[in-house]
Design a protein around this ligand. Structure first.
Ligand code: GAR
Length: 188
C-alpha cells in the first residue's frame, strides 16, 4: 500500500476524514506530524492507531530549525507523499525542496492565499468559492493546482458557506491524494 504522512495543526477533521475513508484501505498513514502539542487532532490520530510526532514550533529558534526536524522525522517514516491537512505554518525551502507534498486550502486558488480564506472568499465579488489541493512549493499556497471544487455562494449565510467548504474540502482532499499518488488515475 502507498505510504503517506499527514501534517496538521488543530482540530484534525481532514486528518480524520482521510483516516476513516482511506487509511488501511487504499493507503497507510505512516505518521501524523503536528507543530502544536495541544492540537485536538492528536487524539483523532491516536483513535485510528496512527503514530503521532509532535514538533513543538515554540521550541525552535528559527523556521529553518523547525523545518529541519520535520524533514528528519518524515525521512525516517519514508512516505511517498506528505499531505498538509490544516497545517498552519509557512514552510521554508529546506522543507519544500526535500519533501514531495500537497496542501489543502479552503479557497479557489489563486484567490485568497494565506489566512482567513473562507471569510475573504465569502466577502469577495465572485459568485463561487471552493477548496483546492495543490503541490507545495516555496511560494505560500502557490504551487501547481491538482484539483478544485466550487461552491455557489448565493443564498448562503457565512456559517452555511463555511460548513459547505468544510465538507467539500474533504472530497477535494481525497481526490487530490489519489491523483498525487497515482497521477494517471484521476477519480471521477
Ligand atoms: C481546513 O479548513 C483547511 O482547509 C485549512 O485549515 C482547516 C483545518 O481544519 N487550511 C488552511 O487554511 C491552510 N492554509 P482541520 O484541522 O479540521 O482539518
Amino acid at each position: 500500500m502507498k505510504r503517506i504522512a499527514i501534517l496538521f495543526s488543530g482540530r484534525g477533521s481532514n486528518l480524520e476524514y482521510i483516516a476513516k475513508a482511506m487509511h488501511q484501505k487504499e493507503l497507510v498513514i505512516v505518521v501524523a506530524v503536528t507543530n502544536n502539542p495541544e492540537a485536538e487532532g492528536i487524539l483523532v490520530a491516536k483513535r485510528y492507531g496512527i503514530v503521532v510526532e509532535v514538533v513543538d514550533a515554540k521550541k525552535y529558534a528559527s523556521r529553518e530549525d523547525f523545518d529541519k526536524e520535520v524533514v528528519r522525522i518524515l525521512k525516517t517514516y519514508k512516505p511517498e507523499l506528505t499531505v498538509l491537512a490544516g497545517f498552519m505554518r509557512i514552510l521554508t525551502p529546506l522543507f519544500t525542496s526535500e519533501i514531495r507534498a500537497i496542501n489543502l486550502h479552503p479557497s479557489l486558488l489563486p484567490r485568497h492565499k494565506g489566512l482567513h480564506a473562507i471569510e475573504k472568499s465569502y466577502a469577495d465579488t465572485y459568485a463561487e468559492g471552493g477548496a483546492t489541493v495543490h503541490w507545495v512549493n516555496s511560494e505560500l499556497d502557490g504551487g501547481e493546482i491538482i484539483c478544485q471544487k466550487k461552491i455557489a455562494k448565493q443564498g448562503l449565510s457565512l456559517e452555511r458557506y463555511r460548513s459547505k467548504i468544510k465538507s467539500t474540502e474533504k472530497e477535494v482532499l481525497a481526490e487530490g491524494i489519489a491523483i498525487a499518488l497515482c497521477p494517471n488515475k484521476a477519480r471521477v
